[in-house]
Design a protein around this ligand. Structure first.
Ligand code: AHM
Ligand code: MG
Length: 333
C-alpha cells in the first residue's frame, strides 16, 4: 500500500510540470478523464450492461462496429459538445468531423473511442486513444482541413487502458505520466512519473500471420529476431501480440519492446492498417516523449503531413535502438 498521499490528476495538472498548458487544455484533459471513467464502468459491466457484441452497423473504415464502439463514441461526443473548450471533434468511428455547437473553443479533439474492438467480447484489455490539436484556423466554421496537421503539432495526447487496472497515460510534451483509476474515489492518481522506454529490448510485437505479405526489410528484421542467440542478433527474443494497440504500447512504455503494424502487399495502395490521426500520431507522441522512436519505415511518423482524415499509415515504434535498426533495413534494402 502506498504510504504517502497520492497526487490526483487534478493536482498534477496544476503542478509546475504542467505549467506550459493553459486552463482550457487542463480542463479538457480532466473532461476526457471523466468520460473515460464512464466508459471504464460500462466495460466492467460488460454483458450486464448489454454492451457486448456487434452493433450490426459498419463504420467508414469498412469495419463492423461493436456496441461498445458506438457507446464510447457517444460518451465522448456528449461530454465534449458544450464545454466551450473545443471547436470540433473527429473520430475513427465517424465519416465526417463533428463541429461542436456554441460556445466554440480553441482545441480540436481526435479519438479512437474504443481501440482493440476485436478484444471486447473476449475480456481482453482495450482502450480509448486521444489526440489534441489547436484549431489554428481563423475561419468561423471548422473544416476537415483544420485537422490535417502533422503529429508534431499535437499539444497533448494519450490513452486510457481498460485492463486489470484502468490507467490514463498522458503527455503534453513534457514527458509521459501514468495515472491509475481509484475505483472507490472515481479519480485518477499519479502512479508512474516520467516514464522512460529502455533503448534496447528482446521483445517484439507483430501479427505474425501476415508474415508472407510483408516487405523484405520487415521479414529480414523478424527473421533475425527468430534466429535467436545463434543468429546475427546474438540474443533470444520473445514475442507478444495482444491485438489492442493500447495494451501493446502500454507494455512497451513499461518494459520496452518494438511494435509493428507494417504495410503489406495484400492492398499495396493502402499504407497500413492503423490510422494516422487517431492511433499512430498520439502513440508516436507518447513513445517519443518517453525516449522511444516511431517511424513508418521511411520517415518519423510525427513528420507526416496528413492528406485525409482517415489516412492510414505503417507503424514501427518502441525501443529506440530497435526502431533505428528497422529503419536502417528499410533504407538499405
Ligand atoms: P480497432 O481500432 O478497430 O480496434 O483496430 C485497431 C487494432 C489495434 O489496436 C491492433 O494493434 C490491431 O488493430 C490488431 O489488428 P489484427 O487483428 O490485424 O492483429
Ligand atoms: Mg484502434
Amino acid at each position: 500500500m502506498p504510504s504517502s498521499q497520492p497526487t490526483s490528476l487534478h493536482e498534477c495538472l496544476k503542478s509546475t510540470k504542467y505549467a506550459g498548458i493553459d486552463q482550457d487544455l487542463s480542463l479538457l484533459i480532466e473532461d476526457l478523464a471523466a468520460s473515460c471513467i464512464s466508459i471504464s464502468q460500462a466495460v466492467q459491466q460488460g454483458a450486464l450492461a448489454n454492451i457486448l457484441g456487434s452493433a450490426g452497423t459498419g463504420n467508414v473504415q469498412g469495419e463492423t462496429q461493436q456496441k461498445l464502439d458506438i457507446y464510447a463514441n457517444d460518451v465522448l461526443l456528449n461530454a465534449h459538445s458544450h464545454t466551450g473548450r473545443l471547436a470540433a471533434m473527429a473520430s475513427e468511428e465517424m465519416e465526417h468531423i463533428y463541429p461542436v455547437p456554441n460556445p466554440v473553443g480553441k482545441y480540436l479533439l481526435l479519438f479512437d473511442p474504443l481501440d482493440g474492438s476485436s478484444n471486447i467480447d473476449v475480456n481482453v484489455s482495450i482502450g480509448t486513444i486521444f489526440s489534441i490539436l489547436k484549431n489554428s484556423s481563423s475561419a468561423s466554421t471548422v473544416s476537415e482541413a483544420d485537422f490535417l496537421q502533422s503529429g508534431s503539432r499535437q499539444v497533448a495526447a494519450g490513452y486510457v487502458l481498460y485492463g486489470p487496472q484502468t490507467i490514463l497515460v498522458l503527455t503534453v510534451g513534457a514527458g509521459v505520466d501514468m495515472f491509475t483509476l481509484d475505483q472507490q474515489k472515481n479519480q485518477f492518481f499519479l502512479s508512474n512519473e516520467n516514464v522512460q522506454i529502455p533503448k534496447d529490448t528482446k521483445e517484439f510485437a507483430i501479427n505474425m500471420s501476415n508474415m508472407r505479405h510483408w516487405a523484405p526489410p520487415v521479414v529480414r528484421y523478424v527473421n533475425e529476431c527468430l534466429s535467436g542467440s545463434t543468429g546475427v542478433r546474438n540474443k533470444d527474443f520473445n514475442m507478444r501480440w495482444i491485438a489492442s494497440m493500447v495494451a501493446d504500447v502500454h507494455r512497451i512504455l513499461i518494459r520496452g519492446g518494438v511494435f509493428m503494424y507494417p504495410w503489406d502487399q495484400r492492398e499495396p495502395n493502402k499504407p497500413g492498417k492503423l490510422r494516422l490521426l487517431y492511433e499512430a500520431n498520439p502513440m508516436s507522441f507518447l513513445v517519443e516523449q518517453a525516449g522511444g522512436a516511431s517511424c513508418n519505415g521511411e520517415v518519423r511518423i510525427l513528420d507526416i503531413q496528413p492528406s485525409q482524415l482517415h489516412e492510414r499509415v505503417s507503424v514501427i515504434l518502441g525501443s529506440k535502438n530497435e526502431v533505428d535498426l528497422i529503419m536502417k533495413y528499410h533504407k538499405t534494402n
